[in-house]
Each structure stands twice: as structure tokens, then as C-alpha cells.
Design a protein around this ligand. Structure first.
Ligand SMILES: C[S@@+](CC[C@H](N)C(=O)[O-])C[C@H]1O[C@@H](n2cnc3c(N)ncnc32)[C@H](O)[C@@H]1O
Length: 215
């Protein structure tokens, strides 16, 4: 007899009551992503999950982007593009255990994609360290309603802006989450940034080294 994996939509009644924690079934996640399937054809198109849970939407978005990369792009850019795909997916989750699960699931998906093509990156490699750094920077534990983490600090994300000419180069541009919903919209993207020139441009595989401009 074959075991059938059960999808868990509720962890406990207490958590449903306290945090509204009910997970969307995989089939429904897929149906919802079908509604934005054109956007998922672009590696750099950004997605944000305000109540990330265990990462079910985040991982499904990454999966679709990786499938697109595999189908339409040359193999020699898969590492680079898969890192930009990770860099484009953002989330906030209130509960620490869900937050850890969401990040782990993203990294498992990333590593699984490369392993499936016989190129599992070493945990200590630049590729895996860059992926881990991007996931840690983009999926934050905190409260989406206040834009603050559990210490009360403002949640800060970064745009990972790809160079127009050398497609492997990224420039990190930090911003606070709350700045995005300011009632008076800033005239341009750059008005939202914290210290726009803080980081030096670098290859995306080296983004975890956080090289500062002028270093
Ligand atoms: C209804 S579940 C949905 C999870 C996932 N998005 C899904 O559809 O399967 C809601 C999630 O949002 C989280 N959450 C509740 N209030 C939140 C808040 N103010 N900020 C961030 N996350 C929150 C809960 O911890 C829970 O994991």
C-alpha cells in the first residue's frame, strides 16, 4: 500500500485563533499563480508575500521561475539566473517557526534545482552562500501591519538591481518596508532608499560578501 502525503492546512486550533494560520492547499496556490503566469516568465519580476506562513507561495513562485529558466535559457546562465530568481522573491512572516520553515524550503528548492541537473552546490560554495544570504535578506520575521520586527525595529529589505549591460552584476539598494506605503509617494525609486551608495556593485554569486562602496 502506498502512503499518501497529507497536506497540513492547520497546525493547531490555537494558532488559527491567534494568528489566522490556515495554509492554502497546493492546488489552490497553483491556480492563483496561473492568474499571474505572464509575470512569472520574468526572472527579475518581484513578488511579495505579506503573510508568508511556511513559504508555500514563495516556493511555488521560485519553482515556476526555475522551470522557466530551465526551459528558455542556456545552461551556462542557470546559476546566475537562479540567484536573481531568489533575489526577486520577498516575504514577511510573524511566527518564528514558520519563518524558519519558509527560508529552509526556499533553499531546499534552490539546491534541489541544481542537484536535479547534477550540480548540487556545496554548502560552503559562493553560490549556496549567496542564495542563503538572499533568502535571509528577503524573507523577514516580523509584522507586516506595523512594518517592524519582534525587537520593534523597522523591517528593511533591499532591491537587488541588475546591471543593464553585465547581467551578472547586482547593486544592492536597501529600503525600509514602511517607506513603500508612505501616503505621499516619493517621486522616484531612489527617494525610498537608505544610503543609496552604501554597497559596491558585485557579481551576484558574491553578494553575501557585502562589499561596501569605496572598500
Ligand atoms: C492564513 S496563514 C497563510 C499562510 C500562507 N500565506 C498560505 O496562504 O498558506 C497566515 C500566516 O500569516 C501570519 N501572520 C499573521 N499575522 C501576520 C502579520 N501581521 N504579519 C506577518 N505575518 C502574519 C501567520 O503567522 C500565518 O503564518
Amino acid at each position: 500500500m502506498q502512503a499518501i502525503a497529507q497536506e497540513v492546512s492547520v497546525k493547531s486550533r490555537a494558532r488559527v485563533k491567534a494568528h489566522g494560520e490556515v495554509f492554502t492547499p497546493r492546488s489552490m496556490v497553483e491556480q492563483m499563480l496561473d492568474l499571474v503566469s505572464d509575470d512569472l516568465l520574468f526572472v527579475d519580476k518581484t513578488f511579495f508575500e505579506p503573510a508568508a506562513g511556511d513559504g508555500n507561495f514563495l516556493v511555488a513562485i521560485l519553482q515556476r521561475k526555475l522551470r522557466m529558466i530551465e526551459k528558455h535559457l542556456e545552461r551556462d546562465v542557470w546559476v546566475r539566473e537562479s540567484l536573481f530568481a531568489v533575489a526577486s522573491i520577498y516575504g514577511i512572516e510573524l511566527l518564528e517557526d514558520n519563518h524558519q520553515e519558509a527560508k529552509a524550503a526556499m533553499l531546499e528548492e534552490f539546491a534541489g534545482f541544481h542537484a536535479g541537473h547534477g550540480a548540487l552546490p556545496d554548502a560552503g560554495s559562493d553560490v549556496m552562500r549567496a542564495a542563503t544570504f538572499l533568502v535571509d535578506s528577503n524573507i523577514m520575521c516580523g509584522n507586516t501591519l506595523t512594518g517592524r520586527d519582534w525587537l520593534g525595529d523597522e523591517i528593511a529589505f533591499s532591491w537587488w538591481v541588475r546591471d543593464d549591460i553585465d547581467l551578472g552584476i547586482v547593486i544592492r539598494q536597501p529600503f525600509t518596508f514602511n517607506s513603500l506605503r508612505s501616503s505621499a509617494p516619493a517621486p522616484s525609486l531612489f527617494d525610498y532608499l537608505i544610503e543609496p551608495d552604501r554597497y559596491a556593485p558585485c557579481r551576484i554569486e558574491h553578494v553575501h560578501k557585502e562589499v561596501r562602496a569605496g572598500d
